[in-house]
Design a protein around this ligand. Structure first.
Ligand SMILES: Nc1nc2c(c(=O)[nH]1)N[C@H]1C(S)=C(S)[C@@H](COP(=O)(O)OP(=O)(O)OC[C@H]3O[C@@H](n4cnc5c(=O)[nH]c(N)nc54)[C@H](O)[C@@H]3O)O[C@H]1N2
Ligand SMILES: Nc1nc2c(c(=O)[nH]1)N[C@H]1C(S)=C(S)[C@@H](COP(=O)(O)OP(=O)(O)OC[C@H]3O[C@@H](n4cnc5c(=O)[nH]c(N)nc54)[C@H](O)[C@@H]3O)O[C@H]1N2
Ligand code: SF4
Ligand SMILES: [Mo]
Length: 755
């Protein structure tokens, strides 16, 4: 019997903090997981989720083999050949009868955290698109779509945006983010909370604007409670005060680099602190004090995240965060809001192939049923259900979900849950039989996080240092199991007409890689522009995601540029450093490189954004007696899918309605009892947790719950089901410019259960 212990250094693939872990293994079992103190990026930081990757790997409910749904509606485990044959049997008639216009793909959140999926989702969506698929869906429109719109228009790319230089700022205002739970979002730093503590230790200030006194607010200098959905009013008022007091900074380094600051300031005119006070719930004097604090600080910065995106004015708010950062002279300056320098080039940083004009276009086509205009290629996620269940030409009859659980994560969840059984073909690439995949005719599971190589790309765009890391698999996968990138290529080729079981995956991989290289050579502004795609292909070695990762590293700022810069980095060079390579720290002075707008300047004014201001003006005097519902996250949850990990489920019930004691009293509900919450979308019974951490008038529910559904295989999660907050979130309330759903600030009533 072997009892030798092996020591593996890997990066946790669960969230944007990208922590380095040390995994000790004996006899094919995880002995322990702790933070890797030698990791050049995270230096030992980790959270409770990272330590449970062993339980996730060993979860008996995790699928190791495909499942097929029988005529009795029950899923049975089958071999891969049978699963591929069944996928073909389901997909082909739809594609033959209606073509790919009856097909859609749902791209879930873990795709961005999984090298295999992130590298090849473009192959699936691209091939299905080439075959005629009209649109794909993602939770982007319940997440960061406002940031994508603002990034595109102001900075020139969907994923371009500056981040706070956490190590050097002395005054940080955080709106709608709770890094104590999320560990940072569109802001990658190991230990964000440690950074906040350091800011205060340096004598600086951290202000948290949030309707809830979160654990982040608890550790800030000041908590400013705000009525959900009104941050844009607050920010306009702050901008107006800065201008009126002569506190707009026009530093030399931004001269000639920004268009539209004066127009933006002029737009702030109607928004006096007095006028927005009632709507925001913030006294005019407090607004003035926040503005004065920013004006007086040496290095002030605003940072915002999901609470300011998934709300009524997500785009205007996100836009104003950057406008105010510009007005403070903070952008592109050390100690300000700076553009990170990712060491890896990702195809995600390229323009989508359908955006060919000088300016990005929005609203180019509309959804079939609701007539919603596309924004950056997507409709609001809630369109998916109606596109499936509404008869007629162009109805979605086949759906491929990839690492997504929209039955839980999409507003209008009830309709989607009822629509999915109407599909003629539903294929889920997923590792669990859960609330969404229980509807799938075929489930094709991927490997566990410890069985696959890992490396991140997108998140380095928002990272407080430039690093490269590569993780080898801790465990070898079972022989004969396809990797997820192979599954995606197979399904993509199927959309183009090749029977699923007959796809030559290696040939498709070469074809996809060649196509990508051609696009990079043709498109202006990529590291391959003007080069020869054949030569580029010949310079690469390996297959699959490793080949693409090699490409990304070699085309990055420290890369060997596929041979043009001998001695530059390659994947092999990175592999030789299991603790990673730290190449640069954040700094200012990157604007010219990072901003890719047509003018090359930060372009603040766009009708697509500013046309929404009248809607905001209408909001100022709106009053309502209703409470409003908001969302929250917990450190030991990860959206809907870590609730089957026993170690993460210990402790008190987390799926509770947080409500201020005064509101609880008025509603006639009590701590520990049940409440009925009713919105225009429906009604739910939920355990009550009273706390003065909620501002009066606002209640909070976590998302990602609502387990315990028949036909699922999630023993631990189903024992703690909770309720699905998206049964309460309506489909018709959206942030107009970005198509983003409002899950923060939904009018609701709370009452005691009948009887
Ligand atoms: N542990 C854990 N980490 C995660 C996740 C998880 O589920 N669990 N999910 C990951 C994902 S997918 C994402 S997108 C990120 C999100 O990361 P964050 O943006 O940090 O997300 P939340 O923790 O939900 O914090 C949002 C905050 O916005 C507040 N809020 C609600 N409405 C408003 C409003 O109108 N105005 C203001 N100013 N604040 C408001 C809420 O009270 C809440 O405190 O987290 C990621 N990290
Ligand atoms: N009310 C409300 N709704 C929200 C939010 C909110 O704050 N409030 N937040 C929104 C946000 S920010 C997000 S990102 C979405 C998340 O929405 P989704 O992406 O739809 O949902 P997740 O819960 O992340 O589900 C992940 C799925 O991936 C599967 N999975 C996990 N690991 C793997 C893997 O390695 N391979 C494969 N193939 N599958 C895997 C899981 O089994 C699960 O089915 O929810 C959104 N919905
Ligand atoms: S913070 Fe936790 S979940 Fe996120 S990468 Fe680090 S260990 Fe993993
Ligand atoms: Mo997200």
């Amino acid at each position: 019997m072997s009892s030798e212990v092996s020591d593996h250094r890997v990066t946790c693939p669960l969230c944007e903090a990208m922590c380095g872990l040390r995994v000790l293994v004996r006899d094919s079992r995880v002995l322990s997981i702790r933070g890797n103190g030698d990791d050049v990026w995270s230096r030992g930081h980790l959270c409770p989720k990272g330590t449970t990757l062993g339980q996730l790997h060993e979860d008996p409910d995790r699928l190791r083999m495909p499942m097929v749904k029988g005529g009795d509606g029950v899923h049975r485990t089958v071999g891969w050949d049978e699963a591929f044959a069944e996928a073909e049997r389901r997909l082909r008639p739809v594609l033959e009868e209606d073509g790919a216009k009856a097909l859609s793909v749902y791209v879930g959140n873990p795709v961005a955290h999984n090298l295999d999926l992130a590298s090849y989702i473009g192959a699936l969506v691209g091939m299905a698109g080439a075959a005629g698929m009209p649109a794909y869906y993602s939770p982007g429109t319940v997440d960061q779509w406002p940031l994508n719109v603002v990034g595109t228009l102001l900075f020139g790319g969907m994923w371009n945006a500056p981040i706070p230089d956490l190590e050097r700022i002395d005054h940080l205002v955080i709106l709608g983010a709770n890094p104590a739970a999320s560990q940072g979002s569109m802001l990658s730093a190991p230990d964000v909370m440690g950074h906040l503590a350091d800011i205060r230790r340096r004598g600086g200030t951290v202000v948290v604007v949030d309707p809830r006194r979160t654990p982040t607010a608890d550790r800030a200098t000041e908590w400013v409670p705000i009525r959900p959905g009104t941050d844009a009013l607050l920010l306009f008022a702050i901008l107006r005060i800065l201008a009126a007091d002569g506190d707009i900074r026009r530093p030399a380094h931004l001269e000639g680099k920004v268009d539209g600051l004066d127009e933006a300031i002029a737009l702030a005119d109607p928004f006096t602190a007095e006028r927005v006070s009632a709507a925001t719930g913030i006294e005019a004097a407090t607004i003035r004090r926040i503005a004065a604090g920013l004006a007086a600080a040496q290095s002030p910065v605003l940072y915002s995240r999901i609470g300011t995106c998934t709300q009524e004015f997500g785009t205007l708010t996100t836009w104003l965060v950057f406008v105010v950062n510009v007005a403070l002279g903070a952008v592109d300056r050390r100690g300000g809001a700076v553009f990170a320098k990712p060491a890896v080039f990702s195809p995600m940083f390229m323009r989508p192939p359908d955006q060919t004009g000088e300016r990005w276009e929005f609203g180019r086509f509309r959804s079939r049923v609701r007539g919603a205009p596309e924004v950056l290629g997507q409709f609001p996620l809630s369109c998916l259900a109606e596109e499936i269940d509404t008869p007629g030409e162009g109805r979605i009859r086949a759906l491929i979900t990839v690492a997504g659980n929209p039955v839980i994560s999409a507003p209008g969840a009830r309709r989607l849950d009822m629509a999915l059984p109407k599909l003629d073909a539903m294929i889920a690439v997923d590792n669990w039989l859960n609330e969404t995949t229980r509807h799938a005719h075929v489930i094709l599971p991927g490997l566990s996080p410890l069985e696959r190589a890992h490396s991140d790309d997108l998140y380095w765009m928002y990272a407080v240092a430039s690093c490269l890391k590569w993780s080898e698999p801790v465990f070898p996968p079972d022989p004969g199991r396809p990797a997820e990138w192979e599954i995606l290529l197979r399904l993509g080729a199927a959309a183009l007409g090749v029977p699923v079981p007959e796809v030559d995956v290696a040939a498709m991989d070469d074809m996809y890689t060649t196509g990508l290289l051609s696009a990079m050579c043709d498109q202006p502004g990529t590291p391959l522009t003007g080069r020869d795609p054949g030569e580029a292909f010949a310079a690469l070695s390996g297959v699959g995601p490793a080949r693409l990762a090699d490409l990304g590293i070699r085309l990055g700022p420290w890369g060997d540029q596929l041979g043009l810069r001998p001695g530059g980095l390659t994947l092999d060079a990175v592999r030789a450093h299991p603790d990673g390579l730290r190449l640069a720290e954040l700094d200012g002075g990157r604007l010219d490189e990072a901003v890719t707008t047509p003018s090359g300047r930060i372009e603040l004014i766009h009708p697509w954004i500013t046309d929404d201001i009248p809607r905001l003006l209408d909001r100022i005097d709106r009053t309502s007696a209703d409470l409003v519902l908001t969302s929250r996250r917990h450190l030991r949850s990860n959206n809907s899918w870590l609730h089957n990990v026993p170690a993460l489920m210990r402790g008190r019930d987390r799926c509770t309605l947080l409500i201020h004691p005064d509101d609880a009293r008025s509603a006639g509900v009590a701590d520990g009892g049940l409440a009925v919450v009713t919105t225009s979308a429906g009604s739910l019974e939920i355990p009550v947790e009273t706390s003065d951490e909620m501002m009066p008038g606002v209640v909070s529910l976590p998302h990602g719950w609502g387990h315990g559904r028949p036909g699922t295989r999630l023993e631990v999660a189903n024992a703690h089901p909770g309720v699905n907050s998206n049964l309460l979130n309506p489909v018709d309330v959206i942030d107009v410019p970005s198509n983003t759903h409002v899950v923060n600030g939904v009018p609701c009533r709370v009452s005691a259960p009948a009887g």
